[in-house]
Design a protein around this ligand. Sequence first.
Ligand code: SF4
Length: 433
Amino acid sequence: MKIVLISPAIDAEKRTNKGLMMPQLSLYILEGLTPPEHDVTIVEEEIADIDLDMECDLIGISCMTANAPRAYELSDEFRKRGKKVVLGGVHPTILPDEAMMHADSVVIGEAEGVWDNVLKDLQNGGLKRTYHNPVPDLEKYVPKDFKKILRKRLFNLIPIMTSRGCPYNCDFCCVTNLFGKKIRHVPVENVVRDIRESGAKNFMFLDDNIIGHPRYAKELFRAIKPLNIKWVGQASISLLVNDDELIQLAADSGCKALFLGIETVSEDQMQTMRKAIKEIGNLERALKKIKKMGILIHASIVFGFDNDKKETFRETVKFLIKNKVSTVSFNVLTPYPGTKVYDDLKSCNRLTTDDWRYYDHNTVVFQPQNMTPYELQISKVKARKKFYSLGSVLKRLSGNMYSPLIYAATNYGHMKQVKVEARRVEQLKEKLF
Ligand code: SF4
């Protein structure tokens, strides 16, 4: 069979066309799970056009929430042309009934253990409406054609996933709903094999917390140290700073930057969250310790919690500059379906749109407690502008001298993006606020 696997853009009219930093790992896993007698083509719409009339036997579309409307649009068009379409990914897993209105079949959850059945059933003319393997085994090696990815020269980083599942079930996150409470690991030797066979040197671990299971993380870091790679990943601050050996091993194995989900620097808000660090002083000590190891810090901040007030933006930026954080993602609280935040805001009638395109971390889709939606939206842009102002970049440089080039390049990239974001907010004003 000829199979086409698609990752849709959020907005087909406004694609970047500049090349993605990282390919969609899920599509490459699906390709690896496909028996070799089938022919697979991968299309990432952000960088390639989609031909609705292409010849194929099956279209597989994987989507998150923000690109679900585009996934449905494509799916409807393909089906009008007589093609079979299977939808999967985060959003169809959380809302399978909605996805089923647009697809011949929906894969709920992970593809391991069901993709083969989808293909066999399709060939036998008995495609089922849904497929679901609640807890797939991650022990079996799934080959990924990373060499093909590198040949395309469109990507800077190769994505690697070493685990799925999270025990914490945070109010604003659907990872526990998606992958379960228990952390399941890919065997370390299979991660090493992926890295070796890719021939690449720069990687991103996609795990929500690369050190969630410290014993596994230490084994992994020891195993990848001789490979001489550079990597970035997401990690929980508390685990890192309470375990000196772990942070040393991470640095020795090539860790160049860590994405830390700080989310808030308001102590009132910290008290309400399932976080091990609940005081600013402890957070500052933790950041210092990570920087001492020569690891750049990329912080994730979320604005829009019920405790956030107008002064929160200023105080947050002040904290980030004072602590010489390398780079920051300023997000707004997004009530993704499948989370407690979504259920709570919906039940209080505080959602301001149900258009999934705007459920993207960046757009305010609810009524905040202490300000208007527009105030939240524009204050987030102003916070970003202040943090990436030339004065701030220069002030923070002294705390990032161990990687000055990466620091300068990433900050410059963000400085350019601030203008793009400000323009977007003005365009959204008419539609949403
Ligand atoms: S935010 Fe992080 S710690 Fe919380 S549930 Fe999601 S993945 Fe787990």
